[in-house]
Each structure stands twice: as structure tokens, then as C-alpha cells.
Design a protein around this ligand. Structure first.
Ligand SMILES: *Cc1c(COP(=O)(O)O)cnc(C)c1O
Length: 339
């Protein structure tokens, strides 16, 4: 059985972490199943190179991560304590909630007072976190393990909001163990590093870590290949029309596998070794047509992600970002780990 294969280079993930390890401590963000690449294998690979602090979005992810890592590493949950019944999961898995609001702080105090906790401050993104005005009303909870905030524009070097957020953060958190930066913020220099950084996408080979080593190759099997005469069309809506006698390969993958339909509009290619083969027509649910006329053979498989076209290039072709490409890759792919 020839199945589509998502090849994940754990050595590249380890190398990317080492390259981003510029702060006193560098953690790792492994939310959303390690950006779709598989929580267990990715988190264990990162623990091997020395990651001691991990970050996830939701308590369920934290429970799975604790299972994968065993005792030892700290696991922070960005969304914090969402309801009183979550308390037992935080306690029994030694997960650290990020408290984001006064009601979350009250829930923490009522249900797991004394358990390690973090405080998330909102410094201008208006997404998650306590605002400056809330701090006066914060009950005495003890010393937080971490105080964190998140930058909205760290990937836009000259955006004035970044400096405003830095000032707001140091004003709200003049001391303590502090964390401000994700991948983008690490590149802004030591002023932004504080005690611990929280890279995610850079570990997985994506911008804004420009020197990242590519991590994923996605190889898709060809189901059938056919000749198409000048004037004939390919795919739904007959949007692609042959301008020369063409050879079309139909590959087994589509938007149900996370290859979002928008990639069909943006000039993405699939690759046979070093030769680009343009997409032909619209992406279907389970199939994509590819113009392989320029190859001297019918390929068995084609790569849509690899050294020639990474997650950011494919994201750009689809009018989106590498993050969305990576986290959309479907559960239908068999994952192969290298390293
Ligand atoms: C997702 C996330 C990160 C990691 O961001 P990247 O851009 O992937 O490095 C860090 N901190 C918070 C709060 C996040 O939500």
C-alpha cells in the first residue's frame, strides 16, 4: 500500500532549537500536536537536547505531554484554568496554568491554591492575559513560576507596537522569572529574551526564523497519469486548459488532507527531485492534478513540501502563512520520523 508520507526530520528540529537557544533558558512550544508534527516524538526529541520547559495551549495537550515526557520538565498551559473541574488535571499531571484574568485567579485560589502557577499579562495584543489595571485587584497567590506576555508584531521588525509592548511588560513585571518572546521576538535581540523564550514555529522550520533548517517533506503518491490534448481541461470548473500536448499526473491528496484549496490558485508546484511540476486545476477533496509534461518519466510520487518548497513558500502561494499549512496537514498522512 502506497500511502502519502509526511517525513519529519527530528535532527532538524533539534538543530533549530539549538540555533534559537540564545536566552538564559529556551523552552519549546508544542501546542496543536507540535504544530501537527506529532507531540510525543517531537517533545521527546526536544527533551533530549535539553528543553526543560514546554508550553501547550490546552490542558488536554498538557496531560498528553506529561504522559510522553514523564516527570521532570515543566509544562505550562497558556489557556489556564478554564473551569473548576480542570483543577484535578493540573494537579495530577503537575501542569502549570497560566492565569489570564481575575476570574481565573479566583478559580485557582479556590481550587488549587499553592500549586505552581504562571501569570500571563496582556501588554497590547488584547488576546489573553491580565491588564495593568487588574494587577491591583489580584489576590495574593504566592510567587508565580513565570510571568509571560506575547508580542503581536514581532515578525515586523520596525513595528512601533513591539517597543510599546516591551515597555509595558517591564513596567507590569519589574522583576520575577519572565518570558516575552516566541520565535519572532528571539530575533529582536537580548532585550527581548528575559529569562526564558518560547519558540514554536522556528523549531519546525518556519518564518520568521529565516535560517531555520527545513523539517518536513510531504511525499504524495501518483494514482494515475494520462495524456491531455491541447484545449482539454483538468479538474473541477475546467479552470486549467492544456496549451500544449500535456501529461497529467493525479495524486492522492487534497483539501481533506489539509492541502487547502487556495494553493491551487497561487502557482504552487509539486517536485520530482529537482524538477518543478505545476499544479493543474483546482485542488479536489482527495485529489490534485499535476502537469508532469516536462519530466522524462511518469513519477511514482511527487513532493509538495521539501527543500525546494517549504511551508512558507506553499503558504504564500495559498495566501496564508507557514503556520497554517503545517497545522492543517491531515491525520491521513503516515508520519515517518528521521533521527
Ligand atoms: C503559539 C505561541 C508561541 C509560539 O509562537 P511561534 O510564533 O510559533 O514561535 C509562544 N507564546 C504564545 C503565548 C503562543 O500562543
Amino acid at each position: 500500500m502506497m500511502q502519502a508520507g509526511l517525513h519529519i526530520d527530528l535532527n532538524a528540529i533539534r538543530a533549530n532549537w539549538r540555533a534559537l537557544d540564545l536566552a538564559p533558558e529556551t523552552g519549546a512550544v508544542v501546542k496543536a500536536d507540535a504544530y501537527g508534527l506529532g507531540l510525543n516524538r517531537v517533545a521527546r526529541a526536544l527533551a533530549q537536547v535539553g528543553v526543560r520547559s514546554f508550553f501547550v495551549a490546552q490542558v488536554e495537550e498538557g496531560v498528553a505531554l506529561r504522559e510522553a515526557l514523564g516527570n521532570g520538565p515543566e509544562i505550562y498551559v497558556f489557556s489556564g484554568l478554564m473551569c473548576a473541574s480542570d483543577a484535578v488535571h493540573f494537579r495530577s499531571n503537575a501542569l502549570i496554568p497560566c492565569l489570564n484574568s481575575l476570574p481565573q485567579a479566583a478559580d485557582y485560589r479556590a481550587n488549587i491554591a499553592g500549586h505552581p502557577f504562571a501569570l500571563q499579562y496582556d501588554t497590547g495584543m488584547n488576546r489573553l492575559g491580565l491588564e495593568a489595571a487588574d494587577l491591583a485587584h489580584l489576590p495574593d497567590l504566592g510567587t508565580p513560576r513565570l510571568i509571560l506576555s506575547h508580542l503581536a508584531c514581532a515578525d515586523m521588525p520596525d513595528h512601533p507596537q513591539t517597543l510599546r509592548q516591551l515597555s509595558a511588560f517591564t513596567a507590569m513585571a519589574p522583576q520575577g522569572r519572565r518570558s516575552l518572546s516566541a520565535t519572532g521576538g528571539i530575533g529582536l535581540g537580548p532585550d527581548y529574551h528575559f529569562d526564558i523564550t518560547r519558540p514554536g514555529i522556528g523549531l519546525y522550520g518556519g518564518a520568521p526564523f529565516d535560517a531555520a533548517r527545513p523539517v518536513v517533506t510531504l511525499r504524495l503518491p501518483v494514482i494515475q497519469t494520462r495524456d491531455v490534448a491541447i484545449g482539454e481541461s483538468v479538474g473541477y470548473g475546467a479552470t486549467w486548459i492544456a496549451e500544449r500536448p500535456s501529461r497529467i499526473a493525479t495524486i492522492s491528496s487534497g483539501y481533506a488532507d489539509g492541502l487547502i484549496r487556495a494553493i491551487g490558485g497561487g502557482g504552487a508546484s509539486l517536485w520530482s527531485g529537482d524538477t518543478p511540476c505545476p499544479l493543474a486545476g483546482r485542488v479536489s477533496m482527495d485529489l490534485i492534478g499535476v502537469d508532469v509534461t516536462d519530466l522524462d518519466h511518469d513519477p511514482q510520487s511527487l513532493d509538495i513540501l521539501g527543500p525546494h518548497q517549504g511551508i512558507d513558500a506553499l503558504g504564500k502561494a495559498a495566501g496564508t502563512i507557514g503556520y497554517e499549512i503545517l497545522t492543517s496537514l491531515g491525520a491521513r498522512y503516515q508520519r515517518h520520523y528521521i533521527g
